[in-house]
Design a protein around this ligand. Sequence first.
Ligand SMILES: *Cc1c(COP(=O)(O)O)cnc(C)c1O
Length: 352
Amino acid sequence: MSRFWSDLTHSLQPYVPGEQPSMTNLVKLNTNENPFPPSPKALAAMVAETGDNLRLYPDPTCTALRQTLADYVGLSKEQVFVGNGSDEVLAHAFQALLKQDEPLLFPDITYGFYPVYGDLFGIDYRAVPLADDLTISVADYAGNNGGVILPNPNAPTGCLLTLPQVRELLQANPNRVVVIDEAYIDFGGESAVALVPEFDNLLVVQTLSKSRSLAGLRVGMAFGQAPLIAGLERVKNSFNPYPLSREALAGAIAAVADVDYFDMTRHTIMARREQLSQQLAELGFSMTDSKANFVFVEHPSLRAADIALALRQRGVIVRHLDSHPRTVNRLRISIGTQAECEALVLALKEIV
Ligand SMILES: *Cc1c(COP(=O)(O)O)cnc(C)c1O
């Protein structure tokens, strides 16, 4: 606290990211990072970009990366926006598109940054309860609102909406922007990017942090019709015209181009998720049907907080999100390397 703080600063309740411990020998399954290294081609491109040209500003329009992404998904570069991680892209979407007279809607159990941005930007919002089985009912997002934002698959549940369900959501809100946050879409979902030509109210946000092993590079993107993208550009150019470094632009372009590596790594993680789910079920855990790179589990006779503590004592860190009473007894566990998953299962066998 300081007497120099503005009233807004006093009022903020900042987002708390998962811990990044300095100990290196931990089994770190708490922030949904990818256990595979980044594409070797992406690393080589970043090394090649690191030299004398760092005296020069990067391209403020990020045209080469936007063109690469546009070609990859079958849109034009005017339908693509990029930013410093999808968190920044989401921040611009809140300011440019979701700050309206009526409240913004998002699920009551979802990505913790949405209410934080709502408060920071002075946006009224309403949390819509998930169904009893922790899935999203799209019918609950019709009616008066200033916009809708939800992750698909949802976080931390991992539950996926199908493309017809996303279409239903868009049709129910023709005069409001619907933001689909696809941070985990590459682990088993169908992207709503295919619906961009059809719906002028759709913005799809993605990231290189999860499925492309580049959380440290900070690259996120959005896909939508040109007027929505132009709105994001206006906010971005009123805030920071150079959100992506030269290394980030070069690495991102090479990572998106390396489709073989992307497919190999994400399919391995999906198969490992199914295997781990099976092993956890054998230990008595129940879980949601996750289509993300994490599982969201509950044990019938042990408290989540106790399991998390016992795991930590054995060098395994998972995420216990205790902010909502309906999920206070659940743990979110990222899919790690095969060895990390085995260490987790071994530790849980001792605990349960
Ligand atoms: C991880 C995550 C993000 C943020 O990703 P960055 O691109 O690393 O900022 C956004 N939304 C959801 C739902 C996430 O899980």
